[in-house]
Design a protein around this ligand. Structure first.
Ligand code: SF4
Length: 224
């Protein structure tokens, strides 16, 4: 990775971590910055494990699989898609235990570790999207926004089907409870549609943020 890419990744991790902590552009204090840097350094010991696959999609069915995504929101999102990407990302059990231990020792720092882990998951999903954009957009296609079970009216239980299709238990150590909760918790599954038409994307939170003009963390990168 180049130095610029590494700096941009660090900045994006810090921005996401701050947002998971509820930050909205207030001045940052040095202790918090130091603790976030420490958390990043400690969390690199945990590998972000991910797996994804592309499947044909038609009439509400992910073809060749057991998955029929449920809910108006996901149907609307995928209405122009001819195929979908199913993806899953996890930081694993050891990471979960590490965060839990620190939450008991020092709740404040434990929360920073927890937010850093969430930011790492988010970042890994963004990286998968960027890889997909690079292969799909030059051929005239586009991706929809990412959507996960539990968002909007898509049932959380559909995590089970996505994990089963991607064999996440075997491949990355990610399983689900009977109700569809991901185990370990610091994990995500998602669906992205692939369409031959240009898609309308959700605005990035920075685009509509009243602090954008002065925020040192405002997002500059975009897929467009
Ligand atoms: S401009 Fe972006 S990074 Fe800054 S506070 Fe607003 S949403 Fe967060």
């Amino acid at each position: 990775m180049t130095e610029d890419a590494e700096n941009s990744l660090r900045k994006s991790l810090i921005r996401e971590t701050l947002h998971f902590l509820g930050w909205r552009g207030e001045p940052l204090d040095d202790t918090l910055i130091r603790q976030m840097r420490r958390a990043q350094t400690e969390m690199v010991q945990f590998e972000v494990r991910k797996t994804y696959g592309v499947f044909p999609y038609s009439q509400g069915q992910v073809l060749g699989t057991i998955l029929q995504p449920e809910g108006d929101d996901i149907h609307k999102l995928l209405s122009g898609s001819q195929s979908v990407v199913l993806l899953s990302v996890t930081l694993g059990d050891a990471c979960e235990r590490y965060i839990r231990k620190h939450l008991l020792l020092d709740a404040g720092y434990g929360m920073i570790l927890d937010a850093t882990a969430s930011a790492m998951i988010e970042n890994a999903c963004d990286q998968i999207e960027t890889e997909l954009f690079k292969t799909i957009v030059p051929h005239g296609g586009d991706l929809t926004d990412r959507f996960s079970p539990g968002y909007g009216d898509m049932p959380l239980a559909q995590n089970k089907e996505i994990c089963s299709i991607l064999e996440t238990g075997k491949r990355i150590g990610l399983t689900t409870s009977s109700g569809g909760l991901l185990i370990p918790q610091k994990s995500v599954t998602a669906i992205i549609g692939i369409s031959d038409k240009k898609q309308i994307h959700r605005a990035s939170p920075c685009e509509n943020c009243k602090n954008r003009q002065h925020c040192p963390m405002a997002k500059e990168d975009s897929h467009d």
